[in-house]
Design a protein around this ligand. Structure first.
Ligand code: G16
Ligand code: MG
Length: 217
């Protein structure tokens, strides 16, 4: 049975992917090329550094180390301007319902995110207090699909990986959960997240019975 839960942040708890997209698009436009929503799919769950490498590839741009560092900072500053304006209204459907269900049963909850901005975002939407452990882009050396982020989370929750469940919206994230030998649940399009053990469009599609069965099995 499952005894601990790990949540990805972007695309699972809040829809910050749209802000990442706007900030990357602004940079691309400044550098003289387009960046589409479809291309943004590749950026989900991927580190900021890796995103910039892919973006420059798309634009056919070779950067000096100095330029690269400058553009990383620029993108993040733009992104932070969007984050600054966030509030509870940006929490994705039924996330509080699931968090409350777990809290009421004293089930440990962790965040497993690639983002270095995870804490301020959770603070903004007033969900920080639900999490017993936070593992984010500041704690990992290997990006998803490497299982590192989720394995650290399991260790912090003092739970064996096999007893952990992961909610993820990114292909690389589902692969990371599977690589960690955890139960993977895809939140988003089942076609994109076909490697997940279970799939839901969002939390409003997932019943509380489904969760209690996993816990008590
Ligand atoms: C998120 C996003 C990625 C983003 C990454 C790093 O991962 O899905 O698009 O590039 O974090 O974010 P930051 O620039 O804030 O450090 P996750 O794992 O929360 O979905
Ligand atoms: Mg995500």
């Amino acid at each position: 049975s499952i005894s601990a839960f790990i949540f990805d942040l972007d695309g699972v708890i809040v829809d910050t992917a749209k802000y990442h997209y706007l900030a990357w698009r602004k940079l691309a436009n400044e550098l003289g090329f387009e960046f589409t929503k479809e291309q943004n799919e590749l950026f989900k769950g991927v580190s900021r550094k890796r995103c910039l490498e892919i973006l420059l590839d798309i634009g056919g741009i070779t950067a000096t180390q100095e330029q690269f560092d400058k553009w990383m900072i620029e993108k993040n500053e733009d992104y932070l301007e969007y984050i600054e304006k966030m509030d509870e209204s940006e929490i994705l459907p039924d996330v509080p319902k699931v968090l409350n269900f777990l809290k009421e049963r004293n089930i440990p909850i962790a965040l497993g995110s690639a983002s270095k901005n995870a804490r301020p975002i959770l603070e903004k939407v007033h969900l920080l207090s639900y999490f017993d452990a936070i593992v984010d882009g500041n704690d990992v050396t290997k990006a998803k699909p490497d299982p590192e982020v989720f394995l650290i989370a399991a260790r912090k929750l003092k739970t064996a990986p096999e007893k952990c469940l992961v909610f993820e919206d990114a292909v690389a994230g589902i692969q990371a959960a599977n690589n960690a030998k955890m139960l993977s649940i895809g939140i988003g399009h089942p076609d994109i997240l076909s490697e997940a053990k279970y799939n839901f469009k969002d939390f409003s599609e997932m019943s509380i019975e489904f969760l209690s069965d996993l816990i008590s099995e």
